[in-house]
Ligand binder design. Structure first.
Ligand code: OAD
Length: 251
């Protein structure tokens, strides 16, 4: 009931908003069957991140790191976007200015139809040449060769994702801060809000005067700073808000 009342007061505000930003995390893909990182079944609980998602792990054992990514690609590949991803893809069409910033590397926002996505942590379907830096899209799962090599120069390819100990692309981060500090409202969906610098984006939005809407079954460090806090699943709450908004897409 509380969520329902919250939805009504949120949609009243949303009707008049022009600049919307959304920050998503692993939780939005949980209902599609992709494990989150820090939950009970979290990916980092089964595998030690420092053994697999780091530059030093890759330089010591690229085959092992690639086997893990190949396994994850195999897990993610058949998964379909859920109602949460679909609502966000629809909002891109109805709001005059809509920014989708994601920490996810699974590509499910694209699969749902979102076009304009700022991927803070890269994309598991992109491979990067360790010599030339060229980025190619590759959807093979399993990969034909592990570790894969650059067809042009023969150097090792790596997943085009951000590993522990690496920095985010400065231009991507710059854009993310600009979008956060210029939006009127920011939805923060399915993230534990503990990994920096992504976790600071809602604070930057809030400091610039934006309303913060959190959607998460569990409280996070952001909860007490949120103007609206929905305790529930993204695939249930986002459609509730969308239904109440009742704005037709321009297509
Ligand atoms: P986490 O696994 O840390 O957090 C997932 C959040 O989603 C938790 O707060 C859950 O309560 C919430 N959640 C679970 N199911 C949900 C649902 N159906 N709807 C909404 N929320 C749900 O994932 P992230 O916050 O995305 O970085 O993690 C951030 C970064 O940590 C990842 O991008 C990754 C990891 O290290 C890199 O790999 C660089």
């Amino acid at each position: 009931m509380k969520n329902k009342e919250n939805v009504t007061s949120l949609t009243e505000i949303l009707q008049n908003m022009k600049r919307i930003a959304v920050l998503t995390g692993a939780g939005i893909s949980a209902e599609s069957g992709i494990p989150t990182f820090r939950g009970k079944e979290g990916l980092w609980k089964t595998y030690r991140a420092e053994e697999l998602a780091t530059p030093s792990a890759f330089s010591q054992n690229p085959k092992l790191v690639w086997e893990w990514y190949d396994w994850r690609r195999g897990l993610i590949g058949p998964k379909e976007p859920n109602a949460g991803h679909k609502v966000l893809a629809c909002w891109e069409k109805i709001f005059p200015s809509f920014a989708l910033i994601t920490q996810n590397i699974d590509g499910l926002h694209q699969k749902a139809g979102s076009k304009n996505i700022l991927e803070l942590h890269g994309n598991i379907w992109k491979l990067r040449c360790t010599e030339e830096g060229t980025i190619t899209e590759n959807h093979e799962a399993p990969l034909k060769e592990i570790p894969p090599r650059c067809p042009d120069c023969g150097a090792l390819l790596r997943p085009h994702v951000v590993w522990f100990g690496e920095s985010l692309s400065s231009s991507t981060l710059h854009k993310a801060y600009l979008l956060s500090s210029s939006c009127e409202i920011m939805f923060v969906v399915g993230t534990s809000a503990v990994v920096q610098p992504a976790a600071s984006l809602p604070f930057s939005a809030s400091e610039a005067g934006a309303k913060i809407v959190e959607i998460n079954p569990d409280p996070t460090p952001l909860t007490s700073y949120s103007d609206f806090s929905f305790r529930g699943k993204a695939g249930e709450i986002l459609p509730l808000i969308d239904e109440e908004l009742n704005i037709e897409s321009q297509d």
